[in-house]
Design a protein. Structure first.
Length: 314
C-alpha cells in the first residue's frame, strides 16, 4: 500500500509540523511506502489532492491529510471532484488531526495524538464509508463537499472576520478569545435576512434569520454541539435555523448554541433530510467546514453522498 501525504505545516499554529515530526520516524522505522506534499498557499491542498487522484490507483493508494478541518476539507474536495470528472471511485482518506477545532476527528473517532491516529490508519484493512454533505450553488454553478457543516449568516460572518484578522496580523492561527471577540462584534452588527427553506415541496420563509447551519455531525467550533442528533452514518443532514429576536432572546439563543442546545430552543427551527434547498434575497456570508465561500446571494441545494475513510475508529 502506498500513502500520499498532504501536509499543511502551519495548521494549528504549527501543530501539524509537530505531528509530522512525530509520525515520520514511525513511517521510516516501519519502512512504509509514502511520499509527501506540502501546501504552499490557500486551497493548495485541493490542487495537490486532485493531482494525486489523477495519477494513483484506488486499489493501492491512501491519501493522508495532516492539518486541521480546513486541510481535510480541501483534500476531500480535490479527490472527490477529480474522481467525479474521471468517473471513478475516490481515493480513500486517512486523517491526522492537528488543527484548532478538529471537529471531524471528534465525530468520527480519531485520536488527537498523532502516533495513535497514524496507527488507526496503518491498522485499517478496508475503507469505511461515511456520509458527507454535497452542495450545488446555482447562481455561480459551483459544486462542493463538506464533512462538518455548511453555515450561512452568523457563524460564516465570524469565519470571515477571523480570516481578515489573520491576514492583517500575519497569523496562521487565532485563539478562542479572538473568535469570541469576533462573535460579539457579529452579534451586534449583523442584520437579519430573509431565508427560504424548501423540503419535500414545502416552503418555509424566515424573514429575520441570522443563523442557518446544515450539519453532517453534531460538532462545530471545536466541540460545540449544534446538531446533537446528526451522525456521519445517518443518510441525512440536520439544518438548524434561528431568527433574530430582541437582544435578551438573541443572547439566550447564542448561549444555547454554545451549550449545544440551540436545536431544542422554541425560537429555533429544525429540519432533517437528504434534500434541502436554501435561498436568500440578500448578500450573506457563507462557509463550508470553516472555509469561506464569500459574501453572496445564496441559492444552494444540499444532499448527501458517501466517501471512503481508511481509518479505524477509537
Amino acid at each position: 500500500m502506498n500513502y500520499s501525504i498532504i501536509l499543511n505545516r502551519h495548521a494549528g499554529n504549527g501543530n501539524a509540523e509537530k505531528a509530522w515530526a512525530t509520525i515520520k520516524p514511525l513511517l521510516d522505522q516501519q519502512q512504509i511506502d509514502y511520499h509527501i506534499e506540502t501546501t504552499k498557499y490557500p486551497n493548495h491542498g485541493e490542487y495537490l489532492a486532485s493531482q494525486i487522484a489523477q495519477s494513483h490507483s484506488t486499489t493501492s493508494s491512501i491519501v493522508i491529510a495532516i492539518g486541521g478541518d480546513g486541510t481535510l476539507h480541501q483534500v476531500v474536495n480535490g479527490l472527490m471532484k477529480t474522481a467525479k470528472q474521471l468517473d471513478k471511485a475516490p481515493l480513500p482518506v486517512g486523517y491526522i488531526p492537528a488543527g484548532t477545532g478538529n471537529d471531524f476527528a471528534r465525530a468520527y473517532g480519531i485520536s488527537l495524538h498523532p502516533h495513535q491516529a497514524l496507527n488507526q490508519i496503518l491498522t485499517a484493512n478496508k475503507s469505511r464509508f461515511i456520509n458527507i454533505g454535497h452542495y450545488h450553488e446555482a447562481i455561480r454553478g459551483e459544486d462542493g463537499y463538506f464533512l462538518n457543516n455548511l453555515g450561512i449568516g452568523f457563524d460564516a460572518a465570524i469565519v470571515s472576520r477571523a480570516n481578515t484578522f489573520k491576514s492583517r496580523h500575519k497569523k496562521n492561527h487565532i485563539g478562542r478569545f479572538t473568535y469570541l471577540q469576533k462573535a460579539i462584534g457579529v452579534m451586534y452588527d449583523q442584520e437579519p435576512f430573509t431565508l427560504m427553506i424548501q423540503q419535500d415541496r414545502k416552503r418555509f420563509i424566515f424573514p429575520k434569520a441570522y443563523i442557518a447551519i446544515a450539519s453532517n455531525h453534531p460538532f462545530i467550533g471545536g466541540g460545540f454541539r449544534v446538531a446533537p442528533h446528526a451522525s456521519l452514518t445517518k443518510p441525512s443532514l440536520e439544518l438548524v435555523v434561528a431568527e433574530r429576536k430582541n437582544w435578551p432572546l438573541t443572547t439566550w439563543q447564542l448561549l444555547q448554541l454554545t451549550r449545544g442546545k440551540l436545536d431544542q430552543s422554541r425560537f429555533a427551527h429544525h429540519f432533517q433530510g437528504n434534500n434541502l434547498h436554501i435561498t436568500t434575497t440578500s448578500l450573506e456570508f457563507s462557509q463550508t467546514d470553516g472555509e469561506e465561500m464569500g459574501n453572496r446571494f445564496i441559492d444552494i441545494a444540499l444532499d448527501i453522498t458517501q466517501y471512503p475513510i481508511w481509518q479505524t475508529r477509537k
